[in-house]
Design a protein around this ligand. Structure first.
Ligand code: FRU
Length: 533
């Protein structure tokens, strides 16, 4: 049988027995669940990267520094992921654009550096990419007999000869392999002011023109263009919300609202960065309307995109098939990004997430889910239970469901417990675990990485919390554990938390727990995940 500590875990034993009866072994067999020890999983192919904490299914650069995703565009079957990169040192420095492509949003092929600092213009800071489908710029070269279309990238040049921030254009006529700077850059000079960066561009169909939104201190600014070359100012939005700091990396898009047939809303996402010493950087969003010139909203409060510490500078892909809205973020926080204890690389992306709007009660909420393409990473079903099963105290599942990379999906009835949830990265010998807990009285979901492993800086805060009122007291959790991160999608993706963690390699266990009363497991499924390289 599954070993457990009988005196402490008497009630858990009953659960484990029940769970193990419903447990299929790996490789699709359901009739010969192993009697003891872990489920038998076929070995994974050797990973290409073996350094401690190297993520297995999150994008990282092979070496050195990475921050924001840039130039996200889908073109001819490829998702392009450019990113802020310092290719020579594992620190923020003169910024370049790194580059990778993927056909499935899961496995990435690294490509050479795409943009470098320019002595006149300055560093290559963040920006976006679009398909110039009708050659509005006149810079696309079609193959003979083919309509000209190309990739266009609008990005910030920072510093340079005049020390300012301004927007440059580069195009690619070879599917993103070479980015050719426009001869008359900048296309949008600095109007005065220090912060003027991170342009996100999209085609606005009703007005038949390009729109650019960029960050300028405590506000975002909108500009329009017919040809991507000449831009005119439309309006500003902000200051707004309650988070301190400089705004960075805006994104703006329209989505249908699930539950409001025929209606759409616009989402303006913008990050706030109080600076490295003062506080945590993060992402907020506003739901409203964009009329082609102005962004309007009735929202006054700040709404967090992700309640963990490590989700920043998200950008959505342009030109995706079927109009899917998928974004990816830098999984880090400016508060401590320069010190995260990894080598020879520093910086990882979150998983790509599908973004939707949904009407829930009186509110329109943002819903994020891991892109379904990630399902292909499931390597082995370690654990499956079909409830209802009651737990008291702690149910340590580590003998069945341990791993460095895991996907956990659970539905728990929390009504009789005071606190209940899951621990991942569990290692009783080192007293390590990352705890995901729901507090029934306070109606909050929290992630506690205070005992997750290496705690490299006082700035690396331990506990993160989100308000979460449950329907019918049912807590559904979708958790992705990689070798140095935990992403939690709760309540169907309505509340999301992303945290970096740096556990010891042997801290791999999983446990359910409850305090102040029993909780009921309605469903639980745990997969080990493969790697993407
Ligand atoms: C956000 C940011 C952007 C800037 C880039 C520089 O993380 O500060 O505003 O363009 O990083 O790397």
């Amino acid at each position: 049988m599954i070993p457990f500590r009988p005196h402490r875990y008497a009630a858990a034993a009953a659960l484990l027995l029940a769970l193990s009866r419903g447990l299929p072994a790996c490789g699709g067999r359901t009739d010969d669940a192993p009697e003891s020890g872990s489920a038998v999983c076929p070995p994974l192919p050797e990973p290409v990267y073996t350094e401690p904490w190297r993520p297995w299914f999150h994008f990282t650069p092979e070496t050195n520094w990475m921050n924001d995703p840039n130039g996200l565009v889908f073109f001819r079957g490829e998702y392009h992921l450019f990113y802020q990169h310092q290719p020579e040192i594992p620190f923020f420095g003169p910024m370049h654009w790194g580059h990778a492509v993927s056909r499935d949003l899961v496995r990435w092929q690294p490509l050479p550096v795409a943009l470098a600092p320019d002595p006149v213009g300055g560093q290559a800071y963040s920006g976006s990419g679009v398909v110039d489908r009708w050659n509005t710029s006149g810079l696309c070269r079609g193959a003979p007999g083919e309509a000209a279309s190309c990739l266009a990238f609008l990005f910030t040049r920072h510093g340079g000869a005049d020390g300012t921030e301004k927007q440059d254009l580069a195009v690619s006529n070879d599917a993103g392999r070479t980015l050719e700077p426009y001869a008359h850059n900048p296309v949008l000079p600095n109007p005065g002011g220090r912060d003027f960066r991170d342009p996100k561009v999209f085609w606005h169909e009703p007005t038949g023109r390009w729109v650019m939104v960029l960050a300028a201190g405590d506000r975002v600014r909108f500009f329009a263009s017919q040809d991507l070359l000449e831009w005119t100012w439309l309006s500003d939005f902000g200051p707004a919300g309650t988070e301190p700091g400089v705004w960075e990396c805006p994104d703006l898009f329209e989505l249908p609202v699930d539950g409001l047939p025929g209606e759409t809303r616009w989402v303006l996402k913008v990050d706030f960065n109080p600076g490295i010493v003062i506080g945590d950087s993060g992402a907020q969003f506003f739901v409203g309307w964009f009329d082609g010139a102005r962004f309007l909203t009735e929202q006054v409060e700040t709404r967090r995109v992700d309640f963990g510490a490590d989700f920043y500078a998200a950008q959505s892909w342009s030109d995706t098939p079927q109009g899917r809205r998928i974004w990816i973020a830098w999984m880090n926080n400016w508060r401590y990004a320069l010190f995260t204890p990894t080598a020879p690389w520093r910086g990882a992306m979150t998983v790509p997430r599908e973004v939707r709007l949904s009407k829930q009660g009186e509110e329109i909420v943002l819903v994020q889910r891991p892109a379904p393409e990630l399902d292909m990473l499931r390597h082995c079903l370690l654990f499956r239970a079909a409830g209802p099963l009651e737990i008291h105290g702690e149910a340590d599942l580590s003998d069945r469901a341990a791993g460095e990379t895991l996907e956990i999906r659970a539905v728990l009835d929390v009504r009789r417990a005071r606190r209940t949830g899951l621990r991942v990265g569990v290692n009783p010998d080192r007293e390590e675990a990352t705890e995901i807990a729901y507090d029934t009285e306070r109606e909050t979901l929290s992630m506690d990485r205070g005992r997750s492993g290496t705690f490299f800086s006082e700035r690396f805060s331990g506990l993160h919390e989100a308000p979460l009122a449950l329907e019918d007291n049912l807590l559904d959790l979708h958790i992705l554990v990689d070798r140095s991160s935990v992403e939690v999608f709760a309540a169907g993706g309505r509340v999301v938390m992303t945290d970096l963690v740096f556990p010891a390699p042997e801290s791999r266990g999983v446990a359910l727990f409850t305090e102040g009363g029993p909780a009921v497991v309605h469903a639980l499924e745990i997969h080990s995940l493969g790697h993407i390289w």
